[in-house]
Design a protein around this ligand. Structure first.
Ligand SMILES: [Zn+2]
Length: 433
């Protein structure tokens, strides 16, 4: 049920005391060892001794992805390279990637957090964990791997890709827990169906999925098709990798491991800290990292801090499932649109597959949104009238959810490209000046 009950269920007063003590150490560490932080603190007229309570956190400067890029590759490290035992890097889709480093102790803490996360998500030391997250510079693969070994489970380091082999190994090795992105889990389900392998032939009982935003309906779909219980895990390489937060068996928000991270939710436009319950951008501060500490890192992930306690007994902050990223958010005719909203609507309908793509374009001065949706095999061979009816219903439902006009195009099964990692949902053809 818990990996480390002492810290996962620490009474709040003790947790706050520990957090303050660790925040002070982190602030000193970055002030004296990282020129970027020293400069950023001094611009605000701050010294480490100004941090006297947890409320003082909001005085500290934000750190952005651009700050990390400007200090590429090792400028944000707070220890000499001789103490760094591992480097990871986030995918650099635009410009330089960001590089993160770990001391031996950081790797140890990360393994501890991932062991906690796996247990919280339903795994035990008796499980056979098939880890289909990518191994390499991406933190997903090795992060889960070290946690699974710390837990004492049997880990299969299969990495992403070669889906038919994934299914074969799952069956032959008796895999009980699957870890990968939710879109890849769904693709595995699809390939299983093609191969004529039914979930009843597998021992799979639980899935721990993350690294991209996904909806509650997507969870239901994965649970139904693989006949498992699916939980959401959260993390990002800039903060440590997977293992920052995870859902417990209650599936009512993700527990943040508060003895290692401080979480705030801010208004992304003004930077103002928002109260629990209000949606905004998640900001994280690391409390124990040595090589690559982060102060108020703007994750660009959109969530809210959930009020109230969880019946599981874990204390500290819970966040709502990530609904999107501030940089995935499309502004179409002045309206904010997230791909996850579209996904949620599609999954309410029978007859469509949760494979879709959003195509944004501009006709004259008017933005247009086309949603391409795959139709399931059975329905596609059906009558044209049925397809037209489905297209109309989908359009009405999408328009009422998104609040803008939408063109829906149904496409043949398996025409939208599949992803073995994070899915690409949006094609933006607008030429913005
Ligand atoms: Zn809980």
């Amino acid at each position: 049920m818990y990996w480390n009950p002492k810290y996962e269920c620490l009474p709040l007063e003790e947790l706050y005391e520990l957090q303050l003590e660790r925040l002070k150490v982190t602030v000193e560490r970055v002030f004296y060892n990282v020129p970027h932080y020293r400069r950023a603190f001094q611009e605000k007229g701050l010294e480490p001794s100004d941090i006297k309570s947890l409320e003082d956190l909001s005085k500290l400067p934000f750190t952005t992805k651009d700050d990390l890029r400007e200090n590429y590759p090792f400028g944000m490290f707070a220890v000499p390279m001789s103490e760094v035992v591992r480097l990871h890097s986030s995918s650099g889709t635009t410009g330089k990637p960001t590089v993160v480093g770990y001391t031996r102790r950081d790797i140890d803490v990360w393994a501890e957090l991932m062991a906690r996360a796996l247990v919280c998500g339903g795994a035990t030391r008796n499980d056979i964990i098939q880890n289909a997250y990518g191994y390499g510079l991406f933190t997903g693969g090795l992060g889960i791997h070290y946690g699974a070994e710390r837990l004492g489970a049997s880990v299969i380091p299969i990495s992403g890709g070669n889906t038919r082999r994934q299914v074969m190994i799952m069956k032959d090795f008796g895999t009980t827990v699957l870890t990968c992105t939710p879109s890849y889990a769904l693709h595995i389900a699809e390939v299983m169906e093609e191969m004529g392998v039914s979930p009843e032939e597998l021992k799979l009982r639980c899935g721990i999925f993350g690294a991209e935003p996904w909806s509650e309906n997507m969870r239901k779909e994965i649970e139904r098709r693989l006949k498992i219980s699916a939980v959401d895990i959260y993390g990002l390489s800039e903060v440590i990798g997977p293992g920052v937060a995870i859902e417990c068996q209650e599936k009512n928000g993700l527990h943040i491991f508060g003895d290692h991270f401080l979480a705030e939710v801010i208004d992304p436009a003004t930077g103002e800290v928002l109260p629990p319950g209000q949606m905004g951008e998640l900001v994280l501060t690391s409390l124990t990292k040595e090589a690559f500490p982060v102060i108020r890192y703007r994750t660009r992930d959109i969530t809210a801090i959930l009020p109230g306690e969880c019946p599981c007994g874990r204390t500290g902050v819970r966040i709502a499932r990530i609904t999107g990223r501030t940089d995935d958010m499309l502004i179409i005719r002045g309206v904010n649109v997230f791909p996850s909203q579209v996904e949620s609507v599609l999954l309410q309908f029978g007859g469509t597959e949760p494979h879709y793509q959003l195509i944004v374009d501009r006709e004259g001065s008017l933005d247009t949104l086309e949603v391409q949706v795959e139709v399931s095999e059975g329905l596609f061979s059906d009558k044209v009238r049925g397809l037209e009816e489905l297209e109309r219903k989908l359009r009405l439902e999408l328009e009422s959810t998104l609040g803008i006009n939408v063109k829906v195009t149904l496409v043949e099964p398996k025409t939208i490209a599949r992803s073995e990692g994070k899915a690409k949902r949006v094609i933006d053809r607008r030429k913005l000046v």
